[in-house]
Ligand binder design. Structure first.
Ligand code: DX5
Ligand code: ZN
Length: 218
């Protein structure tokens, strides 16, 4: 897939130089800036919140793809919109009122995403297919960068791709995506891939982004 979008996750960036890192992946040709927000409750790790996102907003004009791994998310959606998120993704497993959260995100003028964990079936997104702009399929258990791709998720990507049909919904895959497995992910139907450690642990961000695109197209 030649038009595969690459969304480097800044979770694997050098946090002491976060603004420079965001500017560097922008310059290296990424499509989205993927920002992992963790609360130490929904996932066993803590990362960053709205003030950090707001501070980074001046470092890139590319869409901020904000992945909320927080429960509840509802009380904070407006804060992430105000901070500069372009896409706000909530987990189907968090909160109770998924549909309401998606409506709120769109009401804030942002793109609404829903994410599901590796053990959550595709059917969880069926009721909201017409209420989302993006579906984020986790291919690792959320919480940490640098984990291995869970290959049993691949058929679920294809299943969701078929469920989306001709709706204008992006299909993003997050976790353990590398140049050596991105072809499998793209062939299953993903049009956006998150790549954290693959991009930031290499020393040439543009080369890695190019390698991911090339491998997906091959
Ligand atoms: C995991 C995060 C991912 C992660 C991806 O909870 O949602 O975005 O940073 O990192 P890699 O690409 O290293 O698996
Ligand atoms: Zn993520």
């Amino acid at each position: 897939m030649a038009d595969l979008k690459i969304a480097p996750s800044i979770l694997s960036a050098d946090f002491a130089r976060l603004g420079e890192e965001v500017a560097a992946i922008d310059k290296a040709g990424c499509d989205y800036i993927h920002i992992d927000v963790m609360d130490g409750h929904f996932v066993p790790n803590l990362t960053m919140g709205p003030p950090v996102i707001k501070a980074l907003r001046g470092c890139s004009d590319k869409p901020f793809d904000v992945h909320l791994m927080i429960d509840p998310a509802a009380p904070y959606l407006a804060d992430y919109a105000d901070a500069g998120a372009d896409i706000i993704t909530v987990h189907a497993e968090a909160d109770i009122h998924l549909h309401r959260n998606l409506q709120v995100i769109r009401g804030l003028g942002k793109k609404a995403g829903v994410s599901i964990n590796p053990s959550t079936p595709a059917a969880a997104v069926a009721p909201v297919l017409d209420d989302v702009d993006l579906i984020l399929v986790m291919s690792v258990n959320p919480g940490f960068g640098g984990q291995s791709y869970i290959s049993s998720v691949t058929p679920k990507i294809a299943e969701i791709k078929a469920m989306i049909g001709d709706r204008p919904v992006e299909l993003e895959v997050d976790g353990g995506v590398k140049p050596d497995n991105v072809a499998e992910v793209a062939a299953a139907g993903a049009n956006v891939v998150v790549a954290g450690s693959a991009v930031f642990h290499g020393n040439d961000y543009a080369a890695t982004i190019g390698a991911l695109r090339d491998a997906a197209g091959g």
